[in-house]
Write a protein that binds this ligand. Structure first.
Ligand code: GLN
Length: 477
């Protein structure tokens, strides 16, 4: 298996204890050994070995780049030149892009090694990674349980030490929720801070790429490389890259004020999630963080607003898969397009297209889509009011730890409700990060989530690094 974190690995590299080529061999062996977890759709041994040789050379010459030798797994809805990019869909089973997504190009330029493409819910639609044409992904902490989704393969690749870091995409929680279920750090940057060029669109106004890592430090250096303006993405902001130096909060520094949620949210969570949340609150209290009770007026609107906007945008984004331009084409002379879409998409994707076209249809547009846009405004205002009272918000990431495979498969609504605590950050466009904070009675990881105002990504990462340290110190005693 690969080193505990990239930071550790780099330390070992610099002291001459290991090499990038050796680390790549360890990653490939681990991927082979844990195939039954279903984390990868495509593995790239040849490219990875070539890149590792180049990285070793750079280290020998004394000029390693920022992410030199970092082994990265990429969610398979992010475009990689010459490596097939399937979105875990039959529709794109054999699709090989001709260009790299901006995030992939930036990783390569910084010296990272792409080890392969990870499994996901088809077109990133799901919360359990059971909606994949290539089969379900399993949680390494207990293979009877889901790893979360939709970036389940990315989370498993990092949790089971097949890669140092992975990229995920987060439309309504798909980075943070699998990170929480697998005991990792998952970070969704502010909307526009990371280019979406080359990310296969699900819901364009909500989608954001970000890292899944074992430590806040690793997530932060990757975020630095990914972020910064990109002229290929008109929604990418002019803001500078997210600074890689996460200075610890100084002991004499005024601690930021943290908003704490109460029973409206916690009553909907399982006992173990509630316990872990309270433990983290106590930890913050002990080290003199000012705490303030907050409550969201808009909370009931979060899930309905998300599922109306996300499905509306998805139905439009997925119209391009018609069997004509690229991807799968059904062999049917009578009605090729219908047959292509009927056979090419899985059940959940079809459900979303139906929902999305319904809420956008002339007769229902005002009742659903327009209403959801108004609710979005309300949610943004709600956050503004709350951020006038505190600097950051602490929430559970998910209402429960990982659930069993198959448990929610027949009940889409129960599956959708799992996203209740993650979707609002996407609706408001703010940065959010999930951090491992404890375990359930049966040994499954539990995360907590930090959210900060729009564009305050550096502050969020600094705060997360401080909390990470405190959690580590409290569990080691
Ligand atoms: N689970 C949510 C959904 O199914 C979020 C997915 C995502 O963030 N890509 O839409």
């Amino acid at each position: 298996m690969v080193s505990e974190s990239y930071q550790h690995f780099r330390h070992d590299l610099l002291s001459g204890r290991t090499s990038c080529s050796e680390e790549v061999e360890r990653a490939l062996a681990r991927i082979e050994e844990l195939q039954h977890l279903g984390a990868f759709i495509t593995v790239c041994p040849d490219q990875a070995r070539t890149a590792a040789a180049e990285s070793d050379k750079r280290f020998q010459q004394g000029s390693p780049r920022l992410l030199e030798g970092m082994i990265v797994a990429i969610k398979d809805n992010i475009s990689t030149r010459g490596i097939r990019t399937t979105c875990a869909s039959r529709m794109l089973e054999h699709f090989v892009p001709t260009y790299d997504a901006t995030v992939v190009a930036r990783l390569r330029d910084a010296g990272a090694i792409i080890i392969g493409k990870t499994n996901l819910d088809e077109f990133a639609m799901g919360s359990s990674n059971e909606n994949s044409f290539f089969g379900s992904v399993r949680n390494p902490h207990n293979p009877e349980y889901v790893p979360g989704g939709s970036s389940g393969g990315s989370a498993v690749a990092v949790a089971a030490r097949m890669a140092h870091v992975a990229l995920g995409s987060d439309t309504g929680g798909s980075i943070r929720q699998p990170a929480a279920f697998c005991g990792l750090v998952g970070y969704k940057p502010s909307y526009g801070r990371v280019s979406r060029y080359g990310l296969v669109a699900f819901a364009s106004s909500l989608d954001q790429i970000g890292p899944i890592a074992r430590t806040v430090h690793d997530a932060a250096i990757v975020a630095y490389v990914l972020s910064g303006h990109d002229r290929h993405d008109s929604t990418s902001t002019e803001a500078p890259p997210i600074s890689a130096t996460i200075e610890p909060l100084r002991t004499n520094e005024q601690r930021p004020c943290i908003g704490i949620v109460g029973s409206t949210i916690l009553d909907g969570c399982s006992d173990d999630v509630r316990t872990v949340y309270h433990q983290v609150v106590e930890l913050l209290r002990e080290v003199d963080y000012p705490l303030v009770d907050i409550s969201f007026a808009s909370i009931e609107a979060w899930i309905p607003t998300y599922y109306i906007l996300a499905t509306a945008e998805a139905s439009s984004n997925l119209a391009r898969y018609d069997g004509v331009r690229y991807g799968y084409r059904a062999d049917d002379d009578e009605d090729m397009m219908t047959a292509t879409r009927t056979n090419g998409f899985g059940q959940e994707v079809k459900r979303r297209i139906m929902l999305g076209t319904y809420v956008l249809s002339a007769g229902y547009y005002d009742a659903y889509y327009r209403k959801a846009q108004q609710a979005r405004r309300w949610i943004v205002e709600d956050y503004r009011t709350i951020f006038a009272q505190c600097d950051a918000i602490l929430l559970p990431t998910t209402p429960t730890p990982a659930f069993k495979l198959g448990e929610k498969l027949r009940d889409p609504l129960a599956m959708y409700l799992n996203d209740v605590l993650t979707v609002s950050a996407n609706i408001a466009g703010i940065p959010a990060l999930s951090l491992p904070a404890g375990t359930s009675a049966d040994g499954l990881p539990i995360g907590v989530q930090l959210q900060a105002p729009y564009n305050q990504d550096e502050f969020l990462l600094r705060l997360a690094a401080d909390l990470e340290q405190r959690i580590a110190a409290s569990t080691s005693v």
